[in-house]
Design a protein around this ligand. Structure first.
Ligand code: DAH
Length: 360
């Protein structure tokens, strides 16, 4: 049989040159497939004389074995190379820290609301809510601010549009969270202990004022609640909120139509190198308004002032966030600038709680 050596040389070099398993399979089919060159030659053996067939058969079988062995070897080599390439390209450092935090962040105002809700919940305060478009009776009258009361003018109120002869009572964008006191007492009576965090609106805009901002109202009514209870609750709140071992509060006599007596409350602090420290130092910073709920307010909410008394307070939430997290400009809170939100935002899965730590 002639030409087997050439055949062998051709296939062995084709096998060596096959760049991947598909190319190698091509070579196998051309040589050993059903209609492959070597297979056809083997089929021709049938037509040969016995002596000739024996000689040629031996040679052809040897060629077939050799080509098959070369195919197997090349296949194994290609397989190793493919595996090595995968190992190289799919390399993974299993010592890397866990996944990055989710892309979204919790706004500092939401964070502070969650923090103060956790603190007050621990002291037995439930969360109450009221509408942001509020009747002026709830926003003012019921809080002992009659229509001619001068304090109404101080609130820079947004009034809802009215048409001539509108039968509905006048409405405003609530200027404070205090109307929720009235709604909560009217709905649940006394005794009661609630906080009401939420949005409020006033026509004002500068570095520390925005037309929409946030307050939290506090209210505790029972048979013998006094200013002493108010002071303890506020101290406890400030200590927990600012996450310091102790705080000192100063009660300054003040005036609000809905409380009697009324006090504005300052917290002891220091400013060193532009850095605010709460709890120590020789400066005082005003943080809230408070007092004993005025009997007329209790009456307006259907609670008998002869039997019940208690305290209320109102705190600016945005201001708390600025103080605790060192945020200089209030306006940036509501500009939705992604860089600001990423910088000042909180991890979405860290819910503040007293046991686990408020700010993580
Ligand atoms: N409503 C007041 C304001 O917005 C804050 C306030 C002061 C609320 C004293 C109170 C309080 O409950 O007792 O300026």
């Amino acid at each position: 049989m002639q030409g087997l050596d050439t055949l062998k040389a051709r296939y062995l070099s084709a096998i060596a040159a096959a760049a991947d398993e598909a190319a190698l399979e091509e070579v196998r089919l051309t040589a050993l497939g059903k209609k492959g060159e070597i297979s056809l030659k083997m089929r021709d053996l049938g037509q040969m004389e016995p002596a000739q067939r024996q000689a040629a058969g031996g040679l052809l079988n040897a060629l077939k074995d050799e080509v098959e062995a070369a195919l197997r070897a090349r296949k194994a080599a290609l397989g190793d190379a493919a595996l090595n390439e995968r190992l190289r390209s799919e390399w993974l450092d299993v010592t890397l820290p866990g996944r990055p935090r989710p892309a979204g962040t919790i706004h500092p105002v939401s964070q502070v609301m969650d923090e103060l809700t956790a603190i007050f919940a621990d002291m037995g305060f439930a969360v109450a809510e009221g509408p942001q478009v509020e009747s002026d009776w709830y926003n003012f009258d019921a809080l002992n601010m009659a229509p001619e009361h001068p304090a109404r003018q101080e609130h820079d109120t947004f009034f809802m549009a009215r048409t001539e002869g509108d039968a509905r009572p006048p409405h405003v964008l609530r200027t404070h969270t205090s109307p929720v006191q009235i709604r909560a007492m009217a709905a649940h009576g006394a005794p009661i202990r609630v906080i009401a965090p939420g949005r409020v609106y006033r026509m004002d805009m500068d570095q520390t004022h925005t037309p929409m901002f946030h307050q939290v109202e506090g209210l505790a009514i029972d048979r013998d609640i006094s200013m002493a209870n108010l002071k303890w609750v506020l101290e406890e709140f400030c200590r927990a909120f600012f996450e310091v071992p102790s705080v000192e509060l100063r009660f300054r006599a003040s005036h609000f139509p809905f409380t009697e007596p009324s006090a504005e409350v300052d917290i002891r602090c220091s400013w060193e190198g532009g850095q605010l420290k709460i709890g120590q130092g020789d400066k005082w910073m005003e943080i809230l308004g408070s007092g004993m709920v005025h009997p007329k307010v209790l009456e307006a909410a259907g609670v008998d002032p002869a039997q019940w008394q208690g305290f209320a307070f109102g705190i600016g939430i945005d201001r708390l966030a600025m103080l605790k997290y060192g945020i200089p400009d209030l306006r940036a809170f509501f500009e939705s600038d992604l860089r600001w939100l990423r910088h000042y935002g909180f991890a979405a899965l860290d819910m503040p709680d007293l046991a686990g730590g408020l700010s993580g």
